[in-house]
Structures are given as C-alpha cells and as structure tokens.
Design a protein around this ligand. Sequence first.
Ligand SMILES: CC(C)(COP(=O)(O)OP(=O)(O)OC[C@H]1O[C@@H](n2cnc3c(N)ncnc32)[C@H](O)[C@@H]1OP(=O)(O)O)[C@@H](O)C(=O)NCCC(=O)NCCS
Length: 136
Amino acid sequence: MKQSDVPQCIELWKTTGMRIAAFEREKKECLAMLKMNYTSCFVAISDKKIIGSVFGTFNGRRGWIYHLAVHNNWQKKGIGLLLMEKTEQALAKQKVTKIILAVHISNLKVIPFYEKLGYVIMPDALLFEKGLSGNK
Ligand SMILES: CC(C)(COP(=O)(O)OP(=O)(O)OC[C@H]1O[C@@H](n2cnc3c(N)ncnc32)[C@H](O)[C@@H]1OP(=O)(O)O)[C@@H](O)C(=O)NCCC(=O)NCCS
C-alpha cells in the first residue's frame, strides 16, 4: 500500500459497509498506521483500481490486523485469503508471534472466513476501549 492509495481505500471501505470514521480522521489515522507499517499493509488492484485492502501492524508485542476488505464484486474469489497470507508473511518476517484482530458484533458473518485461515475466537479475553477526550 502507498500513501496515495488511502483515499481510494476509504471509498472502498464505504462500499463494503465497513464501520469507519469520518473521512479526514480515517485518512489521518490510516496514513499514520501505514507509515509505521509500510512493509505489512497491502492493496489488491484490478484495472488500476483498488479492490482490496489490509493493514498488518506490529506494536512490538502483537500483530494487529485492521481494515481487511474486498470489493463486493470481487468477494469469494480468494482475494481476502491472499491479502491475509501476504500480511501474515510480512508480520512473520518481523518475528511477530501472535496476530490479533477484532470483528464487530454486527459482522459475525465473517467468522467462518477467519476460522478457515486458522484464527480462533479468544476464549479468555474481551476488548475494552476508552476515548481520550482531548483527541476527538
Ligand atoms: C471478509 C472478506 C474480506 C473476505 O474476502 P473474500 O475475498 O471474499 O474471501 P476469500 O474469497 O479469500 O475467501 C476465503 C475462504 O473463506 C470463505 N468465506 C469468505 N467469506 C465468507 C463468509 N462470509 N462466510 C463463510 N465463508 C466465507 C470462502 O468461501 C473461501 O473458502 P473456500 O476457499 O473454501 O472457498 C470480505 O467478505 C469483505 O471484504 N467483507 C466486507 C468487509 C469486512 O467485513 N471485513 C472484515 C472486517 S473484520
């Protein structure tokens, strides 16, 4: 993924129904994520158009995957699988030992996809969040 791909990725995410932030915030955060993880974030391209995306990130402790998406017209053709494989290989090169990803409660239909790739629902963890009020 290149920095200039990010606006087109945001348009892609909108069409897949993914939950994303407002454009400017999404762009800023994704550019920052890409800068820190440029070897493990990928796009899938067809006819010069972005049809898939994934951010593989490493925070020194764990790998986290964000914004995996494949354009609706291109789903179920193995592109999601390919993006995940590339990301895992890139994170493995950085000696990441475990990858974590979150699935929104409204999107449980993707569970079989991740299970097919060997991901398991963590039996002993919940995600917590806290907004930092100065940084909206
Ligand atoms: C989830 C997503 C990325 C999968 O991408 P994809 O390109 O359609 O997946 P693939 O074609 O590589 O599928 C790989 C395998 O998973 C299966 N699979 C994919 N989506 C599935 C689903 N919703 N339910 C059951 N199995 C599914 C495929 O059938 C395939 O199995 P097979 O090899 O036995 O045929 C895609 O559906 C998507 O972009 N969804 C909208 C955005 C989203 O929800 N992203 C995930 C955020 S957590």
